[in-house]
Design a protein around this ligand. Structure first.
Ligand SMILES: [Fe+2]
Length: 275
C-alpha cells in the first residue's frame, strides 16, 4: 500500500477581536507579521487532491501544526482543506502540533479534536482513542499498523516544546502489547525524538520515547514534522520528516510505500513540477 505524509501547514488568520489577543496569541501574530508571512504560501494546496488521485494515493498522514496560533478562524481554514480531501475520498490520519495547542483555551477545550473529530480517524483497534487517550492503533494492510500519538500540549510564552507524557507512554505500551508479534508498525507524531538546533523547541522526556522505539523491532518507521526540514534518517528505525507543505521556497512531502519494508520517496511540492 501507498500513502502520503505532509506536515506543518500553518494556516493563519488575524484575530476576530481584541479579546483573542489577551494570550500567547499576541506573540504568534507578531511572529507572523515579521517572519512567517514571508515564508509560507497556501495557494498551491488545492492541487494536492489531483496529485494524490493521479498517483492512486487514498491515505494521508498529517503530522500537526495545521494552524499558527490555534485561533478558531485558522482552524476553519484548515478544516476546509481537510474536508475537501475527505470529500474526494481520502482517509486522513492526523495529530496536533504545538501551534494547534498554542493557547491555554485551545488546549483545555481540545479544539483540535473538536474541529477535526468527524474528519480524521481517531480510533481503530483495542478501544484506544486519539482524542481521549492520546494514541490510536489503526490497521493498514499486509500486516502494517499505524500508531498516531500526541506529543503536543500548551507551553509557556517563549516555548515551542512538546512533551511525551507518562499517560501516552502507558497507552503506547498497551497498544504494542496487543499488536501481533509479526506485525510491522509506523508511528506518527508531531515532534522528532532527537534534539535539533533549537533547545526551546525540543520534545521533553524524549529519551523515554526513544527507548520505547529502540526496544520494539516491529517499529519500522517513525513519521514527524515540526522542523520544517524534510529528511530521512536511521535512528533505531527509519525516521522521516515530511518538512512543511506550505513553505514558499521549499515545500515538501513524502510518499511512502509499505511492502516487506517501508520505502520513502521524498518530494518537492511545486504543483506544476513535482520532483
Ligand atoms: Fe511545530
Amino acid at each position: 500500500m501507498k500513502f502520503a505524509h505532509i506536515s506543518d501547514l500553518h494556516f493563519f488568520a488575524f484575530p476576530e477581536s481584541v479579546r483573542e489577543l489577551f494570550s500567547k496569541r499576541t506573540l504568534g501574530v507578531c511572529n507572523y507579521l515579521f517572519h512567517r508571512k514571508f515564508r509560507f504560501e497556501h495557494k498551491h494546496l488545492g492541487a494536492l487532491k489531483q496529485f494524490f488521485s493521479e498517483r492512486g494515493i487514498s491515505r494521508l498522514v498529517i503530522s500537526g501544526d495545521f494552524t499558527t496560533t490555534a485561533a478558531p478562524r485558522e482552524f476553519e481554514k484548515a478544516r476546509l482543506f481537510v474536508r475537501d480531501l475527505v470529500d474526494s475520498g481520502m482517509e486522513i490520519y492526523a495529530v496536533s502540533g504545538n501551534h494547534d495547542q498554542y493557547t491555554c483555551g485551545a488546549y483545555t477545550s481540545k479544539r483540535f479534536f473538536q474541529v477535526f473529530g468527524d474528519l480524521i480517524r481517531l480510533e481503530g483497534l483495542y478501544h484506544v482513542n486519539l482524542a481521549q487517550d492520546g494514541a490510536a492503533a489503526i490497521p493498514l494492510s499486509d500486516g502494517w499498523f499505524l500508531i498516531p500519538f500526541e506529543t503536543s500540549n500548551h507551553q509557556p510564552l517563549f516555548s515551542s516544546r512538546g512533551y511525551f507524557s507518562d499517560e501516552v507512554e502507558k497507552k503506547l505500551r498497551f497498544i504494542l502489547s496487543q499488536i501481533p508479534e509479526d506485525a510491522s508498525i509506523v508511528m506518527a507524531t508531531h515532534f522528532p525524538f532527537l534534539p535539533f538546533k533549537f533547545p526551546k523547541a525540543h520534545l521533553e522526556n524524549a529519551p523515554a520515547l526513544q527507548r520505547l522505539i529502540e526496544e520494539d523491532p516491529r517499529i519500522k518507521l517513525y513519521l514527524h514534522g515540526h522542523r520544517h526540514r524534510q529528511g530521512v534518517y536511521e535512528c533505531g528505525c527509519q525516521v522521516a520528516d515530511a518538512g512543511s507543505i506550505t513553505l514558499k521556497n521549499n515545500a515538501t512531502l513524502n510518499v511512502i510505500e509499505l511492502g516487506k519494508d517501508a520505502t520513502i520517496h521524498p518530494m518537492k511540492w511545486e504543483p506544476d513540477h513535482v520532483v
